[in-house]
Write a protein that binds this ligand. Structure first.
Ligand code: SF4
Ligand code: SF4
Length: 454
C-alpha cells in the first residue's frame, strides 16, 4: 500500500516526513551548522566599533563589516540589493532552487533545528503520526508540552537575533537588562517576533516554501530545460515495479516503487511526477533513493541533479546562453559597485548656493557668492576638519562655521566665497571645496560661482 507522509488535520494535510539520512544530508548538516553560527554571532561581533552586520531600516543605517551606510548612501544599498537579486537569479538558472534547500534560514531552522527536536522527542514519522492520533494522555501531554516549550525558547532566541540585526545588539541588550517600562515597545517586539517564529516553525512550516515565499513562485519563470534540478531519471526508472520476492528484481525500470523518496520529502511531493514548484532541492530524496539502489545492486542517482534535456535526450550537460548573460550583468554591476565603494568618501559634502542671491560686489575689486554647506560624517569617530576652497586665490568668509563633525552626525556651514574680479573670465565658473583632516582631503564638492566678468 502506498505510504503517505501526510495526515489530515483540520483541513490541512499535516506532513510527517521520514527522518532523512545519507551523504548529502550529512553535508547539509555541516553547511547548516556553519550558517547558524554565522547568523547567531554576526550581530554580536564588533569590527571598528560597529557590529559586523546591521540592517536598521527604521533609522536607515546599514553596517557591513565596518562600513557604515547612511541615508545618503541609499543608492549603494539599492545596488547591493540588485546584485543580490541578480546573483540569486543566475544561481537559480544554473542550479535550480538549491538556495532553498541548503542555504535559506527558513529551511535550515525547520529541517535542522525544529524537525530534529521533533524526531528526538516524538520519534520518526510513524511514531509522530501515532502520537497525534492518540487521545490526550499523560505521555502525549508531556511530549507535546516539552516539545513546544523548546520550540518557544528557540523562537525567542531567533527573535532576539533577528532584532539584533534590525535595531542593533547594544539596544537589544539594553532592552533585556533595563526595566521594562523604559522599553515597552522593544519588549513587545521581542515577544511579537517570538510568537511569529513559533507559529512559523510549529504550524505553518513547509507552507512558507510552497505557498508564501515569492522566490518559490518565480521558479517557473527562471528554470529552463538546462537548469540543474533535483529530478527523477524516468527513462531509467520507468516502468516502475515492486520487487515481488526477496532478492528478485522485476524486469522493469530501476524504480522499485518503495515510495521512500516521497516519505522523506519535507514538502510532501512525489518527485517522480516531474519538477514541481514545491521542490526545495533539499536532496533528501536523492539520499533515500541512493540507499535503495545500493540495496538492490543498481547504480546510484536514479534521483539526482539533472537537467531535463539530459533525462529526455541523454545529451551531456552544457551551460546555456542565459546563465552567461546573467553572469555578464552580475560582473558589470559588481564592478560598478566596487568602484563606488572604493571612491566612497567618509564625509559627504553638499554645497548649494543660497537661494535668492546671485552675486555681490565686495569692495571695489572683488565679487562674492553666498553658499550653504552640509557635511555628514559617515564614520563612528568624531572628525576635526578644515573647510576651504581648492584654489588658494579664493577666500572664504564664514557666517556660520564648524570645525568638528560628531560621529555619524552632521554640520552646517554658511559662508561667502570671494574672488578677485581680475581672475573672473566667465559669468559662470566651477568652484571646488575641500574638507581636510590631518592633512588629508576627505571630501570634495563642486558648485557654480557667478560673477560679471570685467
Ligand atoms: S526511492 Fe527510488 S526506488 Fe524508491 S520509489 Fe523513489 S525513485 Fe523509486
Ligand atoms: S522532492 Fe526531493 S529535493 Fe525536492 S523537496 Fe522533496 S525531498 Fe527535497
Amino acid at each position: 500500500m502506498l505510504q503517505l507522509n501526510k495526515q489530515k488535520s483540520k483541513g490541512r494535510d499535516f506532513l510527517y516526513p521520514k527522518k532523512p539520512s545519507g551523504r548529502l544530508y550529512n553535508y547539509r548538516k555541516w553547511v547548516s551548522f556553519v550558517l547558524l553560527v554565522v547568523l547567531f554571532s554576526f550581530p554580536f561581533l564588533k569590527f571598528n566599533g560597529e557590529q559586523l552586520v546591521l540592517l536598521n531600516f527604521l533609522e536607515r543605517k546599514f553596517v557591513f563589516i565596518g562600513l557604515i551606510f547612511t541615508p545618503q548612501d541609499f543608492f549603494l544599498f539599492a545596488l547591493a540589493m540588485l546584485i543580490f537579486i541578480v546573483f540569486i537569479v543566475s544561481f537559480t538558472v544554473v542550479f535550480g532552487r538549491l538556495w532553498c534547500g541548503w542555504l535559506c534560514p527558513q529551511t535550515i531552522f525547520m529541517e535542522m533545528v525544529f524537525r530534529k527536536i521533533e524526531y528526538w522527542i516524538e520519534g520518526d514519522a510513524n511514531k509522530q503520526k501515532k502520537l497525534d492520533a492518540e487521545p490526550w494522555n499523560r505521555k502525549k501531554i508531556f511530549k507535546k508540552g516539552i516539545k513546544h516549550l523548546i520550540f518557544l525558547i528557540i523562537s525567542f532566541a531567533i527573535a532576539n537575533t533577528f532584532l539584533a540585526y534590525i535595531i542593533g545588539s547594544d539596544v537589544l541588550i539594553r532592552i533585556m537588562t533595563e526595566p521594562i517600562r523604559l522599553h515597552v515597545s522593544g519588549f513587545a517586539s521581542i515577544w511579537l517576533f517570538t510568537f511569529i517564529f513559533y507559529m512559523v516553525f510549529a504550524y505553518v512550516r513547509e507552507v512558507v516554501c510552497t505557498v508564501i515565499c515569492p522566490y518559490g513562485r518565480l521558479q517557473g519563470v527562471l528554470l529552463d530545460n538546462q537548469s540543474l534540478v533535483v529530478a527523477y531519471d524516468f527513462t531509467r526508472g520507468e516502468p516502475r515495479g515492486k520487487i515481488q520476492r526477496q532478492n528478485e528484481v522485476p524486469q522493469t525500470g530501476d524504480c522499485v516503487d518503495c515510495n521512500l523518496c516521497v516519505q522523506v520529502c519535507p514538502t510532501g511531493i512525489d518527485i517522480r511526477k516531474g519538477t514541481q514548484l514545491e521542490c526545495v532541492n533539499c536532496t533528501a530524496c536523492i539520499d533515500a533513493c541512493n540507499d535503495v539502489m545500493l540495496k538492490i545492486g543498481k547504480p546510484k542517482n536514479l534521483i539526482g541533479f539533472y537537467n531535463q534535456d539530459f533525462i529526455t535526450t541523454r545529451k551531456p550537460y552544457k551551460i546555456g546562453l542565459k546563465p552567461y548573460a546573467y553572469a555578464a550583468v552580475l560582473v558589470v554591476v559588481l564592478m560598478v559597485f566596487s568602484s563606488l565603494i572604493y571612491k566612497r568618501e567618509v564625509i559627504q559634502t553638499t554645497v548649494l548656493r543660497a537661494s535668492g542671491t546671485l552675486y555681490q560686489p565686495k569692495g571695489t575689486n572683488k565679487t562674492s557668492n553666498l553658499y550653504n554647506a552640509e557635511l555628514t560624517n559617515k564614520t563612528n569617530k568624531t572628525i576635526k576638519f578644515r573647510f576651504k576652497p581648492q584654489s588658494d586665490e579664493d577666500e572664504i568668509d564664514f557666517i556660520q562655521k564648524a570645525d568638528v563633525l560628531p560621529k555619524e552626525g552632521s554640520a552646517h556651514l554658511t559662508f561667502f566665497l570671494i574672488r578677485k574680479n581680475n581672475s573672473i573670465k566667465k559669468y559662470k565658473t566651477d568652484v571646488v571645496f575641500e574638507v581636510i583632516s590631518d592633512g588629508k582631503v576627505l571630501s570634495r564638492a563642486t558648485t557654480s560661482f557667478f560673477a560679471q566678468p570685467e
